[in-house]
Design a protein around this ligand. Structure first.
Ligand code: ATP
Length: 220
């Protein structure tokens, strides 16, 4: 997955929300976007997913051009697995119907949600709904996975267990993962590569061990 010199502004304003963003994630690797609230992390995910289109620059998924100032492959044709903080489920479908297409019982078991199989989302807690959204992406077999603070409404034990399962599953399938977080410790724990953002720019990037000192400064 390659994001090449992307710039973007909401509502065609002169001040750019994102300037000259470059991100490369090798197959099977996990990269983290780390930065304070409002620095533009979610906007990068929206551009990769096809919810917004860049003003300049290019995006490639699986070596295919999906976005440039004059090209935009529709979101449903990008095969992107998206998990947001509050992932939307179809309220009129049961858990098993929500996961649809390539439903795998192993995924339900892995996430401990097989007992909710025939329930509707309104009968599930926020954390349980999030597990169903995660299962849906795991069943989709995406070309790239975008995680936007996906574990924040899970308890700490579930968070560590599920995060480990998801990241090892996609790593074993050679799928690149881009994860947004505010939490430097989480980035250091899970990422192969970290991009540190400030005010719409990437101010530092590197393998986790190399930027440890910079991340420590952010924690303080
Ligand atoms: N739909 C929109 N229209 C106009 N401005 C927007 C829109 N969405 C986001 N913004 C602005 O763009 C900037 C970047 O927002 P973004 O959601 O990408 O930040 P973030 O780093 O993901 O923040 P957080 O960690 O709080 O989710 C912010 O200043 C925000 O106010």
């Amino acid at each position: 997955m390659l994001v090449n010199n992307i710039s973007y502004s909401y509502n065609n304003q002169d001040n750019f929300t994102l300037s000259n963003i470059n991100i490369e994630i090798k197959r099977g690797n996990v990269a983290c976007l780390l930065g304070h609230s409002g620095c533009g992390k979610s906007t990068i995910l929206k551009l990769i997913a096809g919810i917004e289109n860049p003003k300049s620059g290019t995006i490639f998924i699986n070596d295919r051009l999906v976005a440039s100032s004059h090209t935009s492959i529709a979101i449903e044709h990008r095969n992107v697995g998206l998990i947001f903080q509050h992932s939307a489920l179809f309220p009129h479908k049961t858990v098993v119907e929500n996961i649809t297409f390539a439903i795998h019982l192993e995924i339900l078991k892995l996430l401990n949600i097989e007992k909710y199989e025939n329930m509707y989302p309104n009968a599930l807690s926020g954390g349980q709904q999030q597990l169903v959204a995660i299962a849906r992406v795991m069943a989709q077999n995406p070309d790239v996975v975008l995680l936007d603070e996906p574990f924040s409404n899970l308890d700490i034990l579930s968070k560590c267990r599920i995060r480990h399962h998801i990241l090892s599953l996609f790593s074993s399938k050679n799928t690149p993962v881009l994860m947004v977080t505010h939490d430097p410790q989480e980035a250091l724990n899970v990422a192969d590569f970290i991009y540190v953002m400030k005010s719409g720019k990437i101010i530092q990037s590197g393998v986790s061990s190399d930027i440890y000192i910079i991340v420590l400064k952010i924690i303080r």
